[in-house]
Write a protein that binds this ligand. Structure first.
Ligand code: MSP
Length: 655
């Protein structure tokens, strides 16, 4: 497997994010991973260019602006600022934040399209088939999933309209040959095989224009068309380094050394259309594409804006800070650590507060916190905080440092964050074992001063190396340890990941524990109380409804279904709520929790065919999962149920 860096420069990208919503843990994963890799390469002394940004021309962005009653331009400006704020809070140090509404990007996209129109790689034809409005994607009949969009499962429209196509199919052989010659191009290997199978299955030309909706980049020479948002978005990686001005100093970054993305946007987009576009433009391809897995919630659903089950990484960090007493900046680093440590990059992972708190206590409060909290106070007590002269270094810590250095480098060169962190934690384990084995308190009692100096030196030196190694993952924590070791002002460098480079004579500071242990019982009580409060607000407060209209497409996003109520029972511990089992024509009945108990007896509901919002985000209400909502008439309290006045099959669509 090839290494991530190709020489002394390192150009790394994340996907650019849709601004129809705020960043969630899934998005922050790609960005934190890219940031960690960028920081590692900077530490290695390479010139790094790290690009992230926002994808602003999607129709769903227009809809989100409308829903807030805002002008689209004003909305995207606000959202881009909010994404930047989140990245700043999550300690992301990008070099360029690109927005697809920037003039430079619009010009770059129009140049690409004009070039490919001239070369015949883009041609005009008619599109006939099915179209998913929210996903802005065309599908063939056989790609639909029971007549709905295979990606979001919403209704699709039949369309026949003039459109422009990119000749992707003409590049199949060249793409396959390229993958063969560059086995490192697509990673992990399982994804590479998927991409190859996809291309071998037959490529069709990509429809890269839409009838101009008034928002989006206008096709050169064809103002009635706009450029398809994905075609527009992929070009950001070129714009970010100055394309089409190949004389621009930033152009020397091209091509990217690595592009990170989630597995959902690898096959069709980054591993097919994107390299084919670059081939058509005669430009070198990125050295490597790496697709990571999904974060799912603890109930197993993919975290996504459209499912509404997302967690904001900053909110998670604030909760963690609150529960542990750590500073918010340290808690942010702990979230970064958790995401990169918990699962192997490339595989799916399940995100829960329970596993975050578990790792916080075990890895940070115990392993790292312990070594810090033992070493620094011992130095303070026995040596007035002054780092003593090193001894001969017996006891294996020096070897452990050398091993950690090799393993971290090998893992990060192959984008294995988890492996790198495991290697650092082995070094921490060696450090903690060293304290237990050498018993500095005994050496002190027995007045073995030289030996005690040697032990204290090696421990502080080990912490110094740990601080350098964890820096890419936890930059604030690393800086804090560095300062406590009296090294403020000395820039950490990879060459210093070597035993014995801590200068004797510097003064350490003990400071407050960085990672106070979380009392798990108390934490759960507080989290549950917080959740109940949020639910109570949601249940009790009548919502202010903004006086905005919804488009037909927006209305269509609601999946309303007729459902036969099979069972009704009181939700335990609540006077207001019923737990219902409803037949929606699916394999198993749907469980829905509804606030009907004060106004309806179970027999008023049982057996009725009610209307259910079937694609409402699942929620936990009083500890019970609810997978939909029943429509009822009434503002403050339900007065009447909305029911079908004829027998209809369970699961029939309501429109
Ligand atoms: N705008 C496009 C990308 C264009 S790049 C030229 C897009 N945006 S997105 O906001 O929907 O998603 C961006 C990234 O976030 C993708 O890499 C996606 O895989 C990642 N994630 C979104 N939800 C995720 C999880 N639940 N888990 C992990 N990553 C996920 O697609």
């Amino acid at each position: 497997m090839a290494e991530t860096s190709t020489g002394n420069k390192f150009y790394i990208t994340t996907p650019i994010y849709y601004v129809n919503g705020r960043p969630h843990v899934g998005h922050s994963y790609t960005t934190i991973a890219a940031d960690a890799l960028a920081r590692y390469h900077r530490l290695r002394g390479e010139e790094v260019f790290f690009v992230t940004g926002t994808d602003e021309h999607a129709t769903k962005v227009v809809h989100a602006a409308q829903a807030q009653g805002l002008d689209t331009r004003e909305f995207v400006d606000r959202m881009a600022a909010s994404w930047q704020k989140t990245w700043e809070r999550m300690h992301i140090a990008y070099d360029r934040f690109i927005r697809t509404t920037e003039a430079a990007h619009v010009a770059a996209v129009q140049r690409v399209v004009a070039t490919l129109l001239a070369s015949g790689d883009i041609y005009q034809d008619e599109y006939q088939g099915w179209y998913c409005v929210p996903c802005e994607t065309y599908f063939r009949e056989n790609e639909l999933c029971e007549g709905t969009c295979p990606d979001c499962h919403r209704p699709v429209e039949q369309v026949a309209q003039p459109a422009f196509f990119f000749r992707t199919s003409a590049y199949s052989d060249r793409l396959l040959a390229y993958f063969e010659e560059h086995p490192e191009f697509i990673q992990p290997e399982t994804r590479r095989r998927e991409v190859i199978a996809f291309i071998e299955g037959g490529l069709r030309d990509a429809c890269i224009s839409r009838q101009h909706p008034g928002w989006g980049i206008t096709m050169p020479e064809h103002p009635e068309h706009s450029v398809y948002v994905w075609f527009d978005a992929l070009i950001n990686y070129l714009t970010a380094v100055g394309y089409p001005d190949e004389q621009a100093p930033t152009w020397s970054w091209w091509p990217p050394d690595i592009q990170l993305m989630g597995k959902d946007i690898l096959t069709r987009f980054h591993a097919t259309i994107w390299p084919a576009m670059l081939m058509a433009l005669g430009l070198p391809l990125p050295h490597r594409l790496f697709a990571h897995g999904y974060w799912v919630t603890d109930s197993g659903d993919k975290m996504s804006k459209s499912r509404g089950n997302v967690m904001d990484p900053w909110e998670v960090a604030k909760d963690l800070a609150d529960l542990s007493g750590a500073t918010t900046a340290v808690a942010v680093d702990a979230v970064r650590y958790f995401l990169l440590r918990e699962v192997t990059f490339g595989l799916d992972g399940s995100f829960s507060m329970a596993s975050l708190l578990g790792r916080f206590n075990a890895d940070l409060a115990n392993d790292l916190g312990n070594l810090l909290n033992r070493t620094l106070p011992l130095l303070e007590r026995y040596r007035e905080g002054i780092i003593p002269e090193p001894g001969p270094g017996a006891g294996g810590l020096r070897e452990a440092i050398a091993q950690a250095r090799e393993r971290v480098a090998a893992c990060l060169d192959h984008v294995d964050f988890r492996g790198a962190l495991e290697a650092i934690w082995e070094l921490l384990a060696a450090g903690n074992k060293f304290v237990d084995a050498r018993e500095p308190w005994r050496l002190r009692r027995e007045a073995k001063q030289v030996e005690l100096d040697a032990v204290l030196y090696d421990l502080a030196d080990c912490l110094r190396v740990v601080a350098i190694l964890v820096g890419p993952f936890m930059p604030v924590v690393a800086e804090e340890i560095w300062e406590r070791l009296g090294l403020a002002g000395v820039p950490p460098a990879w060459k210093d990941v070597e035993a014995g480079r801590l200068p004797a004579g510097v003064r350490v500071q003990v400071g407050r524990p960085l990672f106070p242990r979380v009392d798990l019982d108390r934490a759960w009580q507080r989290l549950e109380a917080k959740q109940e409060k949020t639910q109570k607000v949601a249940e009790d407060e009548p919502k202010e409804v903004a006086a905005v209209t919804v488009s037909y497409e927006e209305f269509q996003r609601l999946d309303l279904r007729a459902g036969k109520v099979l069972e009704v029972e009181k939700a335990p511990g609540s006077d207001k709520l019923y737990r219902l089992q409803i037949d929606l024509g699916e394999e198993t009945p749907r469980q829905v929790v509804a606030g009907l108990a004060e106004n309806f007896a179970p027999e008023d509901i049982q057996g009725k065919t009610v209307v259910v919002v079937a694609n409402l985000e699942p929620a936990t209400i009083r500890g019970i999962r609810s997978y939909g909502m029943i429509l009822a008439v009434g503002e403050d309290k339900p007065l009447a149920l909305v029911v079908a006045d004829q027998e209809v099959p369970a699961g029939s669509k309501v429109r």
